[in-house]
Design a protein around this ligand. Structure first.
Ligand code: SAM
Length: 219
């Protein structure tokens, strides 16, 4: 169980007014794809991949298109992002995506151990001020919950463009005893892997710092 629930979710839940088409997708398509807790449908035999904080969902839906045999679970509490993701799902016609519209930690608490084959946390909110670092999603406590949910050999992908989040991710994730950092040479985490399309946040931030792409394997 999450203690102090309200304090674990710091970002916005809702932004500018949704367009009629977006409201319609929330009313019609979302209920078909929504993950409710306790888990409302069996997770099935397919590999499960989880994306935490999918933003507008372009990476999530791209992965779903490329991997039709995989079931993609996406978590995003920001309803405007969910609406955009639904539009991508409708446009592409993918059927292997399920959405959780709340704090990913609530879903993590409900998932069975060793159920996930891949996890993406791409450009999590950087919370650059030192006094806000404890709000960062990537931290030892969250990874301690996530690690047992992942199968041995499962991959965790992290990205950030925030210069202070990189050393933090290295300290909290790459040095976590359950994860092995897959970088073999310094350039590895600067180069975008082919199966890792840019996210909306990343494209918006192009003028800023260079992103890093961290791949870790659950031991
Ligand atoms: C900086 S945005 C990046 C979005 C997307 N990954 C991208 O790269 O475009 C971080 C996202 O994480 C979401 N987020 C923040 N806390 C979260 C949580 N506890 N569970 C799930 N998503 C969360 C936010 O709503 C936001 O959409």
């Amino acid at each position: 169980m999450i203690e102090g629930r309200e304090r674990t979710l710091y970002g916005r839940r809702r932004g500018k007014k949704l367009r009629a088409g977006q409201e319609a997708l929330l009313g019609t398509l979302l209920p078909k794809l929504l993950i409710k807790l306790p888990l409302n449908e069996p997770l099935g035999d397919r590999e499960l991949w989880l994306e935490i904080g999918f933003g507008a969902g372009e990476h999530l839906v791209w992965q779903a298109e490329q991997h039709p045999d995989v079931m993609l679970l996406g978590c995003e509490p920001f309803i405007n992002g969910v609406a955009k993701c639904l539009a991508h799902i409708e446009r592409t016609g993918v059927t292997n995506v399920r959405l959780f519209n709340d704090d990913a930690r609530l879903l993590m608490a409900a998932l069975p151990e060793r159920s996930l084959s891949r996890v993406f946390i791409l450009f999590p909110d950087p919370w650059p001020k030192t006094r806000h670092h404890k709000r960062r999603f990537v931290q030892r406590a969250t990874l301690d919950v996530l690690a047992p949910l992942m199968k041995a050999g499962a991959e965790l992908r992290l990205a950030t463009d925030d210069p202070s989040y990189l050393p933090w991710m290295v300290e909290h994730a790459c040095r976590h005893p359950t994860f092995e950092w897959l970088a073999e040479r310094p350039g590895d985490w600067r180069a975008r892997p082919d199966d890792w399309p840019p996210t909306r946040y990343e494209l918006k931030m192009l003028a800023g710092h260079k992103p890093v792409f961290l791949r870790l394997r659950r031991r």
